[in-house]
Write a protein that binds this ligand. Structure first.
Ligand SMILES: Nc1nc2c(c(=O)[nH]1)N[C@H]1C(S)=C(S)[C@@H](COP(=O)(O)OP(=O)(O)OC[C@H]3O[C@@H](n4cnc5c(=O)[nH]c(N)nc54)[C@H](O)[C@@H]3O)O[C@H]1N2
Ligand SMILES: Nc1nc2c(c(=O)[nH]1)N[C@H]1C(S)=C(S)[C@@H](COP(=O)(O)OP(=O)(O)OC[C@H]3O[C@@H](n4cnc5c(=O)[nH]c(N)nc54)[C@H](O)[C@@H]3O)O[C@H]1N2
Ligand code: SF4
Ligand SMILES: [Mo]
Length: 749
C-alpha cells in the first residue's frame, strides 16, 4: 500500500506491507515523482510510530489531583466547547491561542483547525516555524516583496551548492539528498561548499569546508560578501537590471575588514577568498541555510547575508540557482502584516508569534494575556526553549486542549487530551511543497482503519465547530442538495452554490474547511471526505499559478483547471507533479512594485555595522563551551518516534565533544559527565569525536521524551535539549531562539 514517510519534511513515498496493524516491509515508492524510490534508514522504523505504547485511545480529562480519567467523545467535545466559549465570552476569542497544526508529515489537520479558530474568534497562532524560519521569511519579504516569496535551491542542476548551518546528509531538506550530494562531490566540474563548525557527514564530502567558530557566521558570511564587492566579482549586469539599492549594500560590504572578520570566525582568509571566487565564477549557485544559522546569534542578519551571496552573483531566476517556488497552501498562520503580540508587543512574522515570547504572553496579569491554548500536533513543552518556563506557562492556563496521537510532554499538562488517528489511519498530506522547477504534492490515503477510540482531525474539528454552534444545519441545506447532484452533474454546480452561499453568508467563509468536509466530503470517491478542504486549495493553486499547472500536464482554464488538479490529487496515490516552471517564471513571482529586488535592508545593515564591537570569542568563564542543543542524527526524528527502542544505536543520545576538551576534562568515550547551562543541568554519555572543534559540544534533537516501559515505569533516555536552553537568548528581530549557541560547561562526575 502506498503512503509516505512522515519523519522529515521530504515525505518520501513508500510502499508498505501490513501484518495485522503492523507496518512490516517498507520500500521506497519508485512512482513517487519527488523521491523516486529514495529512502533513508529512518523509514524502516515507522512502525514504532504507528504502534507506540503511548498511543492515546480515549479522550482524557484531567482531575484536580493531576491524574487523567477517560471520558467519551461527546462529553469531551461538549466540555471543551463549553470551557473555551466561556473564556471567549468573558475575555474575547483572542485570549485563546492556537499552537501547531502539523508536524513533519501532517498538515491537513491544521487546515481544519482554522475553522475551529474561526468559530472561537481566536486569531493568534504559532508553530515550529517561529523558532527557525520566521527570520528568513521576513528577509524574503524585504528583498522580494512578500514573505511568501520563498526560494528554493535547484541543487540537482547547480554547479556550486552552498550549505550554511545545514547538514542535508542527515536532515535532508530536498529530494534524494544523499544521491545529489554524492553527485556534487564526485563531479570535478562542480563544487560543494559547507559552512559548519562541525565536520559533518556533508562536510566530509565537501570541496570547501568553512569550519567556522560556532556563532560567527555573520562574520564569515559578511567577509564572503565583502570579497565579492572588494574584488569586484559581482554580477553588474544582473544587479543593474534586476535590483535596487546596490550602492548602499556595496558601501557596507566595502567597509568590511576581510582579514579581521575571517580571524574572528576562525577561518583562513585565503580559504574564504577562494570560496568567494569559486561562487563568483560558477555558472550557477544554489544555497540552503538552516538551523545552524537560523538558531544562532544574528540569525536574521545571517539569512540576509546568505541571500546577498547569491543575489550579488546573479544566481536568481535561472537553472541551478535560486527560484521562487509555487505552493499548494501557505505554511504560516495567516493574518495581516504589522501585527504585534498582545502582551509584549513583539513582531509577528507570517502570522506566527515568536517561540521565545510565548511564556511572557501567558505568565502575566496583563488583561490581554493568553488564557487558553489549543495545541495540535506539536509538543511545545518539549520543543520550545526553556521547558521549565514553558511548563509553568502551560500550567497557568485556564484551559489547555491538546490534540495528539501520543501522550506527549504537552499532553501530560493538558486539561483535555483529544486522541487523533495516526497518519496511516486517515487522509493526510503536507504543504512542504517547496521545490523548483518541478513541485510535488502527495495526498495519502489511509492504509489502516482508525485505532479504536481515535478520530481524524477533520472530524474532531467538525464536532468542535458544531458544538460551538458556528454552523446551523439549515444554512447548508442548499449546498447539500448541490452536493447530491455531483455524481450526475459534476462539481460545477456545487462550486457555484458554494460561492453563492459564502457571498451571502460571509461568516461561513472562514469555516469553509468544515463546510466542505460536511457537504462535498461525502460526495468524494473512495471515502476521501477528509480531503475536502483540498478542493479549495487546488482551485486557489490553479488560479494563482495557471501556466505552471498547465505545464505540469493539466488541461483547461479557470475552474476547469482547478478541477483537473483536484482530481489528480484525489486519485494518484503516488503523488503528482502539480507545477512545472520556466526559470524566468521567478520574475513573475517577485512581489515588489517595480519587479526589482530591494537589496538594502536598513535594520540589518545597521546590525551589520555594529559587528566590529563584538568579540565572538568572548566566553563567560562559568560557561566556557558552546553547546549545540538539537543536532540532527540518523537516530533523531523530532519527537515523532517516542519509543527509544527505535534507535538501534546512540540510545542515550550522546554528548559529542572534541578529543581536546575530553582530555582537558579527563573524560573517556562512553563515560558520563554533567553538562550545565545557565538554565539547567543534565547527565550525559560522552562521545569523543574529532568532527567537533575544541570548545564546541553537541546534543541531539528530540530525545528525553518519556515513554512507558513494557511493564515497569516510564523511561526517558537522553537529554531533552530545552531543559538547557533559555528564552532570553534569541534574535532581536524575529525572536528565534539560539538553540545552537548555548553557553555551557561540562564536569566530570
Ligand atoms: N534525522 C533527522 N532529520 C531531520 C529532523 C530530525 O529530527 N532528524 N528534523 C527535521 C527538521 S524539523 C528540520 S528544521 C531540519 C533541520 O536540519 P539541519 O538544520 O540540517 O539540522 P541541525 O543538525 O539541527 O543543524 C545543522 C547544522 O548546524 C550546525 N551548526 C551548529 N552551530 C552552528 C553555527 O554556529 N554556525 C553554522 N554555520 N552551523 C552551525 C550543526 O553542526 C549542524 O551540522 O531537519 C529535518 N530533518
Ligand atoms: N533545543 C532545540 N529545540 C528544538 C529544535 C532544536 O534543534 N533544538 N528544533 C526545533 C524545530 S526545527 C522543530 S520543527 C520543532 C519540532 O517540534 P514540534 O513542532 O513541537 O513537534 P514534533 O516534535 O515534530 O512533534 C509533533 C507532535 O505531533 C504528534 N503527532 C504525530 N502524528 C500526529 C497526528 O497525526 N495528529 C496529531 N494531532 N498529532 C500527531 C507527535 O506525537 C508529537 O507530539 O522542534 C524545535 N525545537
Ligand atoms: S526520514 Fe528519510 S525516508 Fe523519511 S522522509 Fe525523510 S529522507 Fe525520506
Ligand atoms: Mo524544523
Amino acid at each position: 500500500m502506498k503512503t509516505a514517510c512522515i519523519l522529515c519534511s521530504q515525505n518520501c513515498g513508500i510502499e508498505v506491507d501490513l501484518e495485522g496493524r503492523h507496518l512490516v516491509r517498507i520500500r521506497g515508492d519508485r512512482a513517487q515523482p519527488a523521491s523516486q524510490g529514495y529512502l533513508c534508514e529512518k523509514a524502516q522504523r515507522l512502525d514504532t510510530y504507528q504502534n507506540a505504547r503511548d498511543r492515546l485511545t480515549s479522550p482524557l480529562r484531567r482531575r484536580a489531583d493531576g491524574t487523567f480519567e477517560a471520558i467519551d467523545w461527546d462529553t469531551a467535545i461538549h466540555e471543551v466547547a463549553q470551557r473555551l466559549s466561556a473564556i471567549r465570552d468573558e475575555h474575547g476569542g483572542d485570549r485563546i491561542f492556537y499552537y501547531g497544526g502539523g508536524g513533519q508529515g501532517n498538515h491537513l489537520g491544521g487546515a481544519y483547525g482554522r475553522a475551529t479558530r474561526a468559530a472561537l474568534g481566536s486569531t493568534y497562532t504559532s508553530n515550529a516555524l517561529a523558532q527557525e524560519k520566521t527570520g528568513e521569511f521576513w528577509v524574503d519579504g524585504q528583498l522580494f516583496g512578500r514573505p511568501r516569496c520563498h526560494t528554493s535551491g535547484d541543487f540537482e542542476h547547480a554547479e556550486v551548492a552552498v550549505f550554511v548551518g545545514k547538514n542535508p546528509w542527515q536532515s535532508h531538506g530536498f529530494s534524494r539528498a544523499r544521491v545529489i550530494l554524492k553527485e556534487l562531490a564526485k563531479d570535478p566540474a562542480r563544487a560543494l561548499i559547507v559552512i559548519d563548525p562541525r565536520r559533518t557527514e556533508t562536510a566530509e564530502l565537501a570541496d570547501f569546508h568553512l569550519q567556522v567558530r560556532p556563532g560567527t557566521d555573520a562574520f564569515c558570511l559578511s567577509a564572503l560578501g565583502a570579497v565579492l564587492v572588494q574584488e569586484d566579482l559581482v554580477a553588474h549586469r544582473f544587479i543593474g537590471e534586476h535590483t535596487s539599492d546596490f550602492a548602499t549594500v556595496s558601501a557596507a560590504l566595502a567597509a568590511i575588514p576581510v582579514a579581521d572578520y575571517c580571524a574572528r570566525a576562525g577561518l583562513s582568509e585565503e580559504l574564504v577568498r577562494t570560496v568567494a571566487r569559486r561562487i563568483a565564477a560558477a555558472s550557477s549557485v544554489a544555497t540552503f541555510e538552516d538551523l545552524g544559522v537560523q538558531q544562532a546569534p544574528h540569525s536574521t542578519l545571517n539569512s540576509y547575508l546568505e541571500k546577498l551571496l547569491y543575489l550579488l552573483t546573479g544566481n536568481f531566476a535561472k537553472r541551478g540557482a535560486m527560484n521562487i517556488h509555487t505552493r499548494v497552501a501557505g505554511l504560516g498562520g495567516g493574518g495581516g502584516g504589522g501585527r504585534k503580540t498582545p502582551v509584549g508587543g513583539h513582531r509577528i512574522i507570517t502570522g506566527l508569534i515568536p517561540a521565545s515570547v510565548i511564556p511572557e504572553e501567558i505568565l502575566t496579569d496583563h488583561p490581554a494575556r493568553f488564557r487558553a491554548m489549543i495545541v495540535e500536533s506539536a509538543n511545545p513543552a518539549h520543543s520550545l526553549p526553556d521547558s521549565q518556563r514553558m511548563r509553568q506557562a502551560l500550567a497557568a492556563l485556564e484551559c489547555l486542549v491538546v490534540i495528539d496521537v501520543a501522550m506527549s510532554e504537552t499532553a501530560q499538562l493538558a486539561h483535555y487530551v483529544l486522541p487523533a488517528s495516526s497518519q496511516f489511519e486517515k487522509w493526510e498530506a503536507t504543504f512542504f511543497n517547496l521545490e523548483f522547477p518541478r513541485n510535488y504534492f502527495q495526498l495519502r490515503a489511509p492504509i489502516l482503519p482508525p485505532l479504536e477510540g481515535t478520530l481524524p482531525e477533520p472530524e474532531i474539528h467538525r464536532r468542535l465547530v458544531r458544538a460551538l454552534g458556528a454552523i446551523r444545519d439549515e444554512e447548508l441545506a442548499e449546498l447539500h442538495q448541490a452536493a447530491a447532484r455531483i455524481p450526475t452533474e459534476g462539481r460545477g454546480a456545487y462550486a457555484a452554490e458554494f460561492f453563492r452561499l459564502t457571498a451571502e453568508k460571509p461568516h461561513l467563509m472562514p469555516l469553509a474547511p468544515i463546510v466542505l468536509y460536511e457537504t462535498l466530503g461525502p460526495a468524494l470517491p473512495a471515502g476521501a471526505a477528509q480531503a475536502a478542504a483540498l478542493w479549495g486549495a487546488a482551485h486557489i493553486c490553479a488560479m494563482t499559478f495557471p501556466d505552471s499547472v498547465q505545464r505540469a500536464g493539466f488541461a483547461g482554464f479557470g475552474p476547469e483547471l482547478g478541477e483537473q488538479l483536484f482530481e489528480a490529487m484525489l486519485t494518484r496515490r503516488s503523488g503528482i507533479v502539480f507545477t512545472v516552471d520556466d526559470y524566468e517564471e521567478t520574475w513573475q513571482r517577485l512581489d515588489t512594485s517595480d519587479k526589482k529586488i530591494r537589496l538594502a535592508i536598513p535594520e540589518l545593515l545597521a546590525e551589520l555595522s555594529r559587528l566590529p564591537s563584538e568579540d565572538p570569542g568572548a566566553r563567560d568563564p562559568q560557561f566556557p563551551l558552546v553547546l549545540s542543543a538539537g543536532e540532527r542524527r540518523s537516530t533523531t526524528a523530532n519527537t515523532v518516534l517516542r519509543d527509544p527502542a527505535w534507535r538501534r544505536q546512540d540510545l542515550t543520545g550522546a554528548l559529542r565533544m572534541s578529543p581536546a576538551d575530553a582530555e582537558r576534562l579527563g573524560l573517556a568515550d562512553g563515560g558520563s559527565a554533567r553538562v550545565t547551562t545557565r538554565r539547567g543541568s543534565a547527565v550525559a554519555t560522552i562521545e569523543i569525536t574529532d568532527t567537533l572543534q575544541a570548545g564546541h559540544i553537541s546534543l541531539p534533537n528530540g530525545l528525553g521524551t518519556s515513554y512507558p516501559g513494557e511493564s515497569g515505569p516510564a523511561a526517558s533516555p537522553g537529554i531533552a535539549p530545552n531543559e538547557l536552553t533559555a528564552l532570553e537568548d534569541r534574535d532581536w528581530l524575529a525572536g528565534t531562539p539560539w538553540h545552537k549557541y548555548v553557553p555551557a560547561r561540562v564536569e566530570r562526575m
